[in-house]
Design a protein around this ligand. Sequence first.
Ligand SMILES: NC(=O)c1ccc[n+]([C@@H]2O[C@H](COP(=O)([O-])OP(=O)(O)OC[C@H]3O[C@@H](n4cnc5c(N)ncnc54)[C@H](OP(=O)(O)O)[C@@H]3O)[C@@H](O)[C@H]2O)c1
Length: 245
Amino acid sequence: MAENSNKRIALVTGANKGIGYETARQLAKQGMIVLLGARDEQRGKEAAVKLQSEGLDVQFLRLDTDNQKTHEAARRFIEDKFGKLDVLVNNAGIALDLMQKPSEVDMQTLRKTFDTNFFGVIAVTQTLLPLIRKSDAGRIVNVSSGLGSLTQNSDPSWEFYQVKPLAYNASKTALNAFTVILAHELKDTAIKVNSADPGFTATDMNDHRGYKTVEQGAAVITQLATLASDGATGSYFDDKSVLPW
Ligand SMILES: NC(=O)c1ccc[n+]([C@@H]2O[C@H](COP(=O)([O-])OP(=O)(O)OC[C@H]3O[C@@H](n4cnc5c(N)ncnc54)[C@H](OP(=O)(O)O)[C@@H]3O)[C@@H](O)[C@H]2O)c1
């Protein structure tokens, strides 16, 4: 029997560290019940305990974007416990080819990157969508990257013009396509779907070379996860503006 809570329920994937962890904190600070998604039970539980020690309503939920069985188990858990899902933040992601030339990246790296950053996001979203439809204000945030913008990739004056890992950038471009196309399907519902670019943020993904803090990186995700009913859908934002596709 689902709990009858007035609180909004959020799930953040890949939330045991980095931008996802900080997003979980920010959403919980806004009064949500946050399910901290992680593929590894120990890392996920430890991260949840840390946020609980700050007095936040956070619980670990095992979710590996590459493993459909964990998506189904997550759906059953959320359905039984809460009966709905208000916010889904598709944050989990990998970058395996940051140092590789596009002409040399191997097919395995391309496929693995797309499995996690693209196919996994679609699979998780499709599995959980029936529960998001039960929310009166569903919000789906796909954590993309400025590196997924074809316009920016083609602009020699763009700050990150030289950064061209094919697998990573193309997986985020594909993710942006999912945002646009799913938002179109859901345009007459209460669900908004947007892509977020956290910006170059110091995390394990880039050996902490990013110049933004995780607090700054997560801010745009939190904003899109809490958009008002007249907010955008099918769009792509960083913390300053709308980005070109
Ligand atoms: N940092 C940046 O500058 C930057 C810029 C633009 C966009 N982004 C995006 O922001 C998101 C978060 O990245 P981050 O910088 O915070 O990187 P991070 O510190 O490496 O964190 C990535 C998270 O994703 C999880 N993950 C990876 N594969 C997974 C899978 N198959 N199933 C579930 N979880 C999985 C990791 O779990 P484990 O701990 O188990 O590996 C980790 O929790 C990513 O989508 C990334 O592409 C980052």
